[in-house]
Structure formats: C-alpha cells, structure tokens
Design a protein around this ligand. Sequence first.
Ligand code: C2O
Length: 591
Amino acid sequence: MSSQVGFLRTIGSSACPLQQEQRSRERRLRLVPAPVTCRQSQGGGGGGGDGLILDRRNVLLALGGAAATATASSSKMVLAAPVTPPDLSKCHDANASGLGDNLKCCPPYTSATVYDYEFPATPLRVRRPAHLVKSDEEYMAKYKEAVKKMKELPENHPWNYYQQALIHCAYCNEAYDQVGYPNANVQVHFSWFFLPWHRYYLHFYERILGKLIDDDTFALPYWNFDAEDGMNLPEIFTMDPTSSIYNDKRDKSHYYPAIVDYKYGYANTAGTGETGKDLVQANLSYMSKTFKDSLQLPELFMGDPLRAGEESEKGTGGLETIHNALHQWVGPAESPHTDMGSFATAGRDSVFFCLHANVDRLWHLYRGFRGNKVEFNDPDWLESSFLFYDEDEKVVQVKIKDALSTTKLRYTYEEVPIPWMGRVSIKKKAETKEKSTTELSLVRVGEFGSQPRELGTSPLRVLVSRSKKNRKKAEKQDKVEVLQVKDIVVTSSGPARFDVYVAAPYGDLAGPDYGDFAGSFVKLPHTMNEKGKMPESGMKKKKKANLKLGLTSILEDIEADDADKLVVTLVPRVGEITVGNVVDKLVLSNY
Ligand code: C2O
C-alpha cells in the first residue's frame, strides 16, 4: 500500500512537473526535466490490487492529455463468441515468410489431458530491469543456469528451450485452426489477445525456469526500453557469447551502445534519422503518445476485438506496434529475419522474454493508470482461453479474465522512474518534410477517393474531413477522435512498415511539413510462400488489417482543433502496401 501512496504522491506533486507544461508558440518544444522522479518507494508491488492505483484524472494530466476523466462506458454486447483453446490433436504445419511452409511447431503432447489451471500460492516474484540485474552476480548465475538446464532437457520435453519457443510459433504462425472454424487460425497477435496471451506465456516460462533451479522466487528480467538507461539491447544478452542466454542470430550493429529506435524498419538504421539524445527523446515522446488517447480507448493500446471465427488480423494496438519494431531491431538485418525477427523463431532468443516482460509491465502500468478498470467488459475477451504446459508438467487451460491481475499470477515489477510521463521535447527532423524545391511551397492534396491506393516509394498525402471540429472538453471525454487507416494489405513478403503524420492544411493546400507523428503500421515478415509471393487464392486469403490512431491530444498539440480537414501523410518505410481508405471517426470512450 505504501508504494501506491508513494507513486500517487509523486504524480500529484511538483516532483512530476508534467502538469505545468507551457504552450509554446513554436509548437511542442516542451521539455520535461528528466528524469522525472515518479518512483514508487522501494519494495514496491504486492499488497492489495496491482500496486498502482492512481487517480485517473491525475494520470491524464500527467500524460498531458486534455480530457480528464469521463464516465461514459461502452459495453456493446454482440453474439457471445470467445475464442476457445485449440484442439492440440489437430495441430498442423506452420509457415512463415522466408522460413517455408512446413514448419514443425506442434507441441509433443497432442493427446494430453487438459486441466483448469490452479493459480499458484507462491511468493511474489519481482521482475527487475535487465540493465540493473547485470551487476547482480548471484541473480545472473541463476538465470543463466536455469536457461542452460532448459536447453539441456531432452529435445522432446515440453519444457525444452526450443519446445518452449515452438509454443510461440504454433500460436502465431497458423499451426492451429480455431475449433469449429476450419478457415480461421488461432492468432495471438494483431488484436486484443496480444497482451494477455503473452502475459500467460511468460508466466509459465518463468515458473518453469524457477522450477529447474528449484527457486520459486525466480523472476525474468525486463528490458526497460522506455527509459534512457534501458534503451540499449541489454548487455546481459550480448556481452558473453558463451553464455546460455546468448544468441548469434541478431543484428550485431545494434549491440551496446546502439540506442533502440521505436521507428526502426530495416531500411535505415534509425527510422526517422534521429540519433543520440534526440533518438531517446523521440522514443519517449512516442511512448507518451501511445498512452495518451488510448487511456480512454483501450483498443488503441491493446488492439482490436477479435471473436471466434473472425479473420485473425484485426487491428494492432499501439504497444504491440512499438514491440514489433523492437523485434526487427534485434533480429538479423538480412532476410530471412530469423530468431527475433520472425514470430516463428523469436522464442529462441532469450531477449524475447525480456522484451515481453517490459511490454507486460507497460500494460500493467496502463491498467494502473486506468484504476484497473477492465479494458473490454466483454465476455468474448474475458472468456477467451488458451492452453499452456505448466510447471507441474500438466496441460492447463487459462482464461483472459484471470490474467488481469499480476498479483493473482504472483509476480510484480520493480518500480523505476517513468520518464515519458508527460510532454517530451523533440526536435523536428528534416525527414518529416517534403524535400521540396521552393521553400514554403504549398501543394494541392486530394481526398483519398473510393479505390484502394498503393503506397509506393513516395509518401501518400490525403485530405481527410474531420467528424467535428472545436469539440468541448466534455465531448472529448465522451468520445475519442480516431484516425483510421482501413483495409491495409501487405502485398510483398518480408516486413512492412509505414508511418503516419498529421497536419492542418492551409485552406485546401498542404504545407511542406508533414506535421506531427501520429503512429505507425508495422508488421514482421508476413506469412507467404517461399518465392515471396502471396499464396495462391484459395489457399489463404489476403488479410486486411486496420490501423487506429488517437488524434485528440495530437490536434491540441499542433493547435489544429479548429481545422475542418486534416492533411494525413502516410510515409512508406519498408514493404509494399495497399491501403483502402483513411477516415476520421469519433469513438465512444471507455474510461
Ligand atoms: Cu508474440 Cu513479441 O511476439
């Protein structure tokens, strides 16, 4: 309890100077004196609830959002259709771009009895930042020993390191069909399943590691990539090529001291050209943005709803998008992007679990910021379930509703400062501007039109009408303004990425400046046949994805709330992509 109070106090007090931002004429050059000491008192976590009960109004203020708390909540109920666990006996070959169509990812226990998971009563495990455990010799020895033991298990043992990696492959690369829906795969990315599924995956993985070294307090380290000190590939995984947690299939130019880039997309080392402190600030600003509007609208953070039988790639949440870029940043730069660069192989690199521990921690923070209000009060989410192999060597079934409390799962996170709480200064980069011949030239920009459009090598700029301008504060609390990029189809093999910028037009003309970064679409290598072509029709459908980005706070930032229309610029970074439409919508908030 004391830890909660500590965090609350710092948020509410001037120690977090986030509320005091000044609007500057030269747009967002609002500096947060870093690092902010939003630190919980030591020994945090545990206790009642999930360690982070915050006043939501304070959090929104701290994040710099205009909308304070709103009471509106939406719980549209449609036909009950939670996704049920796969039928293990029907597991089939998986596939991945560059790796082939016949990947063997099925678990060795296809005929196992399935038990309901009994939640453990073990001590609370505390996950600590990877850059800090580096100097804890005792911990590091245990961690490496546990992974070594996992690697030494018989190849077919369900706990074997590579078997554990295959769990991810099977759930992500189409090895399972949904029960009752032979044309729909089980897919735990690109939707509201992403965070809870990975939470469970880590939970069991961590407990198995602990069991192997007979330590029921063992906890995975987390890659604190949202703080400056953690913005490198953790050295615990890179400094000793003989260690059990080393992996050779990585982009070694990204080893320390390279700074991670949330906008990385293979094509260039730094997604939008920032380096050094500017890159750190750009990352922090991106993280802050990812939390802001999404506090009111969980699908922006978590991903879109996905119900039984539905096409499996709906809409990726903002946190997953950043995480995708980090996968690419760690994995080999050359195709095939194996290990971290592909879902089929990512679990072979211990960095995976460290990356995901922080992704999970960020979700944990997000929940706390929302006062632990359920993200989707919808049985299709809460009752959806998965299977895992637990530390007692049993196949167990777990439901999303039981994944919402880390306390129930008996772990928590060591608190560290949160430097992205608030406005983060970033310098404008030339890259976001049209390399135009004349300065300040204005260009005519048309509407999107009714036909899908290809994202070629140059940016696509369109004029988008807004649903409503100059909304009152209460309206903003009630509904979030969302930019939707619809029906995105990746038409090349390999990874894909485009970035989205938003600006106000001058009349119907667009300036040379693309405006503010609003978010990205990022995909790891797509499922396709080896020749890099889309599978024959009839084999698999081209999947259409949607991208949703919150606009409310961005438009306040760029002082464009009175604009009737917006200039939206889609900047292609890698891959060939077709886009169906770009629209502005108001979506009922759930906060
Ligand atoms: Cu299942 Cu980091 O992906």
